[in-house]
Design a protein around this ligand. Sequence first.
Ligand SMILES: Cc1cc2nc3c(=O)[nH]c(=O)nc-3n(C[C@H](O)[C@H](O)[C@H](O)COP(=O)(O)O)c2cc1C
Length: 222
Amino acid sequence: MAVVFSLSQCNSNGGDKGDKCCNDTKCCQNSGDKCNNNSQCCQTSDNQVIKAIMERRSIRKYKDTPVEHEKLATIVKCGINAPSGINKQPWEIRVVESQELINQVNEVYKKANPDIMEKDPSFKNMFRNAPNLICVATAQGGNLDCGLLGENMMLAAQSMGLGTCCLGGPVRFIKDNADAKFFLEKLGFSEGYDLIYILAIGYPDESPDAKPRDESKVKYIK
Ligand SMILES: Cc1cc2nc3c(=O)[nH]c(=O)nc-3n(C[C@H](O)[C@H](O)[C@H](O)COP(=O)(O)O)c2cc1C
């Protein structure tokens, strides 16, 4: 069955005659496109990889239910099957399934941000409220490889009905706050490995629209 994915960047295009219009001002560019419930223009594809890529969004609201261990293991396996320069695999990964550890480091965050609950009534934890974390560290020079690892994991999660959000903010907080040092110690990365991002992961409790993408950054040289 053809899958439908939203391409919000279509929204601002005025439609030519024959285009399908999602509302008075927003029209699709391509014939065969569909409109979703939010009057966004959508393309269709039968390709499950394209579906996962186009439907993935950063999720910042999660159900409390932790992700099953087997699913986390599959996702990490997909991650480490990403390409890396001369197959160096310059990463270490720590999957946090301990709710206690997440709560402990979150207490440090709450102490440093005492008005967080007033500012954000939906706040549960500093990891965009996710019940599980995948922490990625790299040896020097491995950032590109770790980026590929991360996208593999996010797409695998997406295809399994899970949501993710790549997080840099909490990494900075954890590194800068002396009270959060225990968290890094608990992760126990090897000497020379530096935590570079944390993937929040869990069952999504929101379905945000796609953010616009700037197609003008792409040029085809023929
Ligand atoms: C390296 C990196 C760091 C990020 N850090 C954060 C973060 O600290 N907090 C957050 O809410 N989102 C973070 N994001 C998510 C981006 O905001 C998000 O990917 C972007 O807005 C595009 O939205 P989309 O993922 O829904 O397509 C980060 C993404 C990347 C790739």
